[in-house]
Design a protein around this ligand. Sequence first.
Ligand SMILES: *Cc1c(COP(=O)(O)O)cnc(C)c1O
Length: 365
Amino acid sequence: MKLPLRPEFVGEVPYGAPQMELPVVLNTNENPYPPAPEVVAEIAVRVAEATASLNRYPDREAFALRADLAGYLAAESGVRLAPEQVWAANGSNEVMAQLLTAFAGPSRTVLTFTPSYSMYPEYTRNVYGRFVAVERGADFAIDVAAVPAQLQVYRPAVVLLASPNNPTGTALDPADLRAILEASAQSGPEGAASVVVVDEAYGEFRRDGVPSALELLGRYPNLVVTRTMSKAFGAAGLRLGYMAASREIVDMVRIVRLPYHLSAVSQAAARAALAHRALLMEQVGQIRADRDALAAELRQMGLQVADSDANFVMFGTFEDRHAVWQRLVDRGVLIREVGPAGWLRVTVGQPKENAAFVEALKEAR
Ligand SMILES: *Cc1c(COP(=O)(O)O)cnc(C)c1O
């Protein structure tokens, strides 16, 4: 029997980072610290409370959670938003899927600047859209002077900008982002704006003085900033991502969300974790310091290291990066073979894991 798989998906395979059980796992940019006992206890209590009414559907607008997320963003970045400007879903992956469902789709273009997040082409494929990737220039920065012309040629419904970018770690220059936003007011389909999505999955790890795109939300109604609890927040297993945008954009995304997409258990667990944000933000400070130390150490070994505002470091270059990756695996260290030819990416782990990685790399290179 022949099954009617859509032509877009024929020959495709499910995507995911290779998973291996090794002593040192530094390949998916998770927070290396498990939740503290007091966070675990609080989540357990709040989930138990939510369980008492599991016969009922959850709040399908997740309003209390969105208010808590707005409070968190105000504390983290100084930008005050109404809960109606925040939207949450099962991971920022789902937020992105909802955004592309609302704004992209058949006969529409999604534009990004590569190397970047490997999921962007797949999100676009899943809504039968056209994906266009423009190469980044030196130091993995976007050539902003060329962007207005590119917008006119491709007329993207959505522009995806990861900042800090994965896998390079590069943050987008705020002046560059403003220039892109200025050029995007009518660059979409049929004279509409392009929706400009700044994916700040690693936003909390940015270096001092690097602003968040959240600061520009008041000025640009076509700007979306996505965030996640998967990385800095140490809750990848929770599957909770969110976005901040104009009320108009949030209301458009609400049209396409599945009813009750975010379970009562997820909402309760996320609110409990957010209540302990002070503890987590302290940990982020530690990871940022360890990242800078790791980057310095790799440079001392004579390697090239891309400046990172994230919780990972891309380094190279190697004539045969796969061989280096494999020799690290042989020594019990899993990193990611990703990025431009010759480069590898390592997630910042706990100090002893970072040390084990450096020792292994000295033998493996
Ligand atoms: C890890 C990552 C995400 C997070 O996805 P979740 O679905 O929230 O876990 C989003 N964007 C980028 C660029 C990432 O690297």
